[in-house]
Write a protein that binds this ligand. Structure first.
Ligand SMILES: [Zn+2]
Length: 81
């Protein structure tokens, strides 16, 4: 099952080793872009809107597990309160 991306109140956690900070993420993004070429033919992307954004898998960087990463509540840090 695809894992949701964390929002402002949640974060990822590896249930196997407790890792909270390092993950390898496989993600598929589709976007519509406005490409503006200069006279020499060099493009730059001046506008972009995301059409589709899916997370395929999240792998724990510490223990290498892929199916143990879960979404948990963030604990408020003292300086944020
Ligand atoms: Zn882990």
């Amino acid at each position: 099952m695809a894992l949701s991306a964390p929002d402002s109140t949640t974060r990822w956690r590896c249930a196997r080793c407790g890792n909270l900070t390092r993950f390898d993420v496989v993600r598929t993004t589709s976007s519509t872009q406005y490409w503006h070429f200069d006279l020499a033919g060099v493009p730059s992307v001046e506008e972009e809107s995301i059409v589709r954004d899916e997370i395929q898998s999240v792998t724990c960087r510490w223990c290498g597990a892929t199916d143990t990463v879960e979404l948990v509540e963030r604990i408020e840090r003292a300086e944020d309160v």
